[in-house]
Design a protein around this ligand. Structure first.
Ligand code: HEC
Ligand code: HEC
Length: 256
C-alpha cells in the first residue's frame, strides 16, 4: 500500500515536471502578466495539492472542474479559496487578495484552454514501475537536519504512519493543521490584546482572546505581531525538491 501511494506521489510530481502542456505555457508568448502572476501564486500556494498546472495531485484536477469552467474572473474560485472545505481537505486561504484570486483564475482558465487545444500525453505513457520511489534512508537524514529541532521519530511522530492514511500523511507533512497563529496587538491607546488569529489581511486583524471575545484592529494604527507555530512548514514548502518530498514521505511511512 505505501509503495503504491509513493508511486502515485512520484507520478503526480513527475507529471508536472514533464507535462507537455505545462511546457507550452512556459513558452506561450501571449501569456499575459496576470496569467504569469497566477501561475506563480498557484504554484506556491495550491500546486502541492492540485499539481503545479492544476491537473490534480492529492487534490482534484481543477482544469476539468465544472466549478472552474463556470468561474468568471475568480467569482467562484474565490469563495472556495477564502472559505476552504476544511472537512474535505481543502484549507481556507482567507488572506489571498482579490488580485491574487483573479490571477489564479486567469491562470487556470488559460491552462484549461491549453488543455482543450493541445495534445497532452496520458498517464499510460508513464509506467508506474519506472517511477522513482523515495529513499527512506535519505529521508531520515533530511529529517535529522530539517525537522528534528521540533519533531522526534520516537516522540511526537513515533506512530504518525498509523495515525493517517498515507495520502493524508503526505498532506500533513506540508500542511499540518490544528494550530492557529497567535496575535499580539498594541492599540493606539497603548492597551495590549492577545489571542488566536481568526482573520488577518493587510488592512485588519481579528483575534479571539482567552475569554472568547473577538477583537478587530485596523493595522494602520495598531501595532500587530503574529506568531505562527507552523511558519517553518510554510518556509519548507517553498524549499522542498521533489526528491526531498519523496524521501521524507518514504521515511515517515516507516514510523508505525
Ligand atoms: C492541502 C491541499 C490543498 C491545497 C493547498 C489547496 N487545495 Fe483546493 N482542494 C483540495 C481538495 C482536497 C479539494 C476537494 C474538496 C472537495 O472534495 O470538495 C479542493 C477543491 C478545490 C476547488 C473546488 C474544485 C471543484 O471542482 O469543486 C477549487 C476551485 C480549489 N480547490 C482551488 C484551490 C486553490 C486556488 C488553491 C490555492 C490558493 C487551493 N485549492 C489549495 C486541496 C487543496
Ligand atoms: C519550527 C518547528 C517545526 C519544524 C522545523 C518542523 N515542524 Fe512539523 N510541525 C510543527 C508544528 C508546530 C506542528 C503542529 C503540531 C500539532 O498540531 O500538534 C507540526 C506538525 C507536523 C506534522 C503533523 C503531525 C500530526 O500528528 O498531525 C508532520 C507530519 C510534520 N509536522 C512533519 C514535519 C517534517 C517532515 C518536517 C521537516 C521537513 C517538519 N515537520 C519540520 C513544527 C515544526
Amino acid at each position: 500500500m505505501p509503495k503504491l501511494i509513493l508511486n502515485l506521489l512520484a507520478f503526480a510530481l513527475l507529471m508536472h515536471a514533464q507535462d507537455p502542456a505545462h511546457a507550452t505555457t512556459e513558452t506561450h508568448t501571449q501569456a499575459s502578466e496576470e496569467v504569469l502572476a497566477g501561475k506563480s501564486e498557484f504554484g506556491k500556494t495550491c500546486g502541492f495539492c492540485h499539481g503545479a498546472t492544476g491537473r490534480g495531485a492529492s487534490g482534484p484536477d481543477l482544469i476539468h472542474s465544472t466549478l472552474v469552467s463556470h468561474d468568471v474572473d475568480g467569482n467562484l474560485i474565490g469563495d472556495v479559496v477564502h472559505n476552504g472545505r476544511p472537512d474535505k481537505g481543502m484549507p481556507a486561504f482567507p488572506n489571498e487578495t482579490a488580485a491574487q484570486i483573479r490571477a489564479i483564475a486567469a491562470f487556470l482558465h488559460n491552462e484549461a484552454h491549453l488543455a482543450a487545444t493541445t495534445y497532452a500525453r496520458g498517464p499510460g505513457d508513464y509506467p508506474l514501475s519506472k517511477l522513482l520511489v523515495g529513499n527512506a534512508e535519505q529521508g531520515k537524514r533530511y529529517f535529522a537536519q530539517n525537522c528534528a529541532s521540533c519533531h522526534s521519530s520516537t516522540g511526537d511522530l513515533a506512530h504518525v504512519a498509523t495515525k493517517y492514511k498515507p495520502i493524508d500523511l503526505q498532506t500533513r507533512i506540508a500542511f499540518p493543521s490544528g494550530l492557529k497563529p497567535t496575535v499580539t496587538v498594541r492599540d493606539a491607546s497603548g492597551e495590549t490584546f492577545s489571542g488566536t488569529e481568526i482573520y488577518s489581511d493587510e488592512f485588519v486583524v481579528t483575534l479571539r482572546d482567552k475569554d472568547n471575545r473577538l477583537h478587530t484592529f485596523d493595522r494602520k494604527i495598531a501595532h500587530v505581531e503574529i506568531k505562527d507555530p507552523l511558519a517553518r512548514h510554510v518556509e519548507l514548502l517553498r524549499k522542498y525538491t521533489d526528491s526531498d518530498l519523496h524521501n521524507l514521505f518514504a521515511y515517515l511511512v516507516t514510523l508505525k
